[in-house]
Design a protein around this ligand. Structure first.
Ligand code: SF4
Length: 206
């Protein structure tokens, strides 16, 4: 749609345009976690950012530095540092000596922090139950990963460790499966596509 007077976010204007309806739906969906975090704020006294840090450290403990969390959440280190300080005061998080370098510290959850992170993360399980009812979940996953790759390549979202931005990822024409992972040397069906792969390597620019 190139008409400058056409607005994708005008719900009355895009009844005939599937792409517009998808973007409108994404905008609506973008509120899902934000609304939940603010509801949880009333019960826990934690800000949405503090909740995100707890969840990140619970399920991705390798993000154990302020700089790593800041990169992951696309925030400044100063913002993350402030939130980390509050989480320490609430005894959800502590600094421990780094096993590889005694001069450094790493961020680690306390048992109370881990329990809070798991409690907060259960919301995603509820959402998953609804997603499970969708037909063609593999096609939905493929479409989302292709969209995320386009958005990442155009600077709208940070790099994700997913198949569609990986140098080992290959499309296959007329194969038994539509994709192939050159690193793992195996065909990938749409439902095999990974959103977060430890072997991911970013495509080489150029
Ligand atoms: S290495 Fe991982 S992210 Fe890359 S194509 Fe293979 S499975 Fe996908």
């Amino acid at each position: 749609m190139s008409d400058p007077l056409y607005f994708v976010l005008d719900p009355m204007a895009h009844q005939e345009d599937t792409a517009s309806k998808i973007v409108f739906s994404l905008e609506r969906l973008s509120h899902l976690f934000r609304i939940h975090w603010w509801e949880q704020n009333k019960e826990t006294g934690l800000s949405p950012l503090q909740m995100q840090i707890l969840i990140a450290l619970r399920f991705q403990p390798q993000l154990h530095a302020v700089s790593a969390i800041a990169r992951y959440l696309e925030l400044t280190e100063a913002t993350v540092s402030d939130a980390v300080r509050v989480l320490q005061q609430k005894a959800y998080l502590e600094k421990r000596p780094c096993p590889e370098d005694a001069r450094r510290h790493i961020l680690a959850l306390t048992p109370a922090g881990a329990a809070m992170a798991e409690r907060l993360a259960l919301f995603a399980n509820q959402v998953q139950a609804f997603v499970r009812t969708l037909p063609d979940q593999g096609v939905v996953l493929e479409s989302l990963l292709l969209l995320m790759a386009s958005l990442q390549q155009n600077g709208f979202i940070p790099l994700q460790q997913m198949c569609t931005t990986c140098r080992h990822f290959q499309r296959v024409v007329n194969g038994s499966e539509p994709y192939f992972c050159r690193l793992l040397d195996k065909p990938l069906a749409v439902h095999d596509l990974r959103v977060h792969c430890p072997e991911h390597e970013a495509e080489i620019a150029g």
